[in-house]
Design a protein around this ligand. Sequence first.
Ligand code: PAF
Length: 296
Amino acid sequence: MRVVRNVEQLREAIEYMRGGGHGPIGLVPTMGFLHEGHASLLRRAGEMCGTVVMSIFVNPLQFGPNEDFESYPRDEKRDLELAEREGADIVFIPSVEVMYPVPIRSKVMVSSLTTQLCGASRPGHFDGVTTVVAKLFNMVQPDYAYFGLKDAQQVAVLRQMVSDLNMNVSIIACPIVRESDGLALSSRNVYLSAEERHQALVLSRSLREAREAVEEGRAGTAAEVKQLLISVVSRSPLAVIDYAEILSFPGLESLESGSRLTDTDGEIIMALAVKFGKTRLIDNIVFTPKEVAALV
Ligand code: PAF
């Protein structure tokens, strides 16, 4: 495994692999503090690609002024051990100066998909994500890029960017990885106190209950399911809801409030963002209610 820290070294390492016929190239972009979710992306990339590139970069552009950029957890030594164990060939760890050597005057922005859910709570966040991912795509020129569905809105936004701008890369969305008790893995879970960690299980529990309510016909409309999510999450005294939404996926459009979810064509997303103290957690389920209805 080669660790590279600037764009010249990165390009040279990729050229070497390409020259040796070690294609296709898979990219796993991360902000480090790696966990089993990232490991699953590396494994998927390894199954599909001859060369796996992982980037580790805590991207200042996607953090708001009062967010956790400075305190975001970092552990390069542990990250490199995990990357090596999971088969990364090249790990790119740029500094902020390497990534943004001069104040950036160009941005990549995706409209409409970025105005709801996390885009509403974190203005400018997705402009930071699309800008840094576009830069990484230009630097690595990957055939495939791997992202976890815990950030399902990010996947929708990046797919839109790739399609709109004719980027020559396929986005591979990988399933959410959970602890055995249901908590979705996140680098930010380390911020949680023991009690917050315990109460945070309400995210996955409420999403599971909401999906069951749709499957069993107990909650029919988006408004009813939203109400159910809110009432389950509110049973945890430390939980402060940022949003609870049911939208179409990947279009992220509102569903008609009066119509039954099982009449909706295509996939929907039930998405939650909940704060425990200073820690904001997100979770979601994407599924096709019509398929669920067909099984009942
Ligand atoms: O999902 C993340 O960790 C980040 O948003 C990403 C895609 C690495 C861009 O900084």
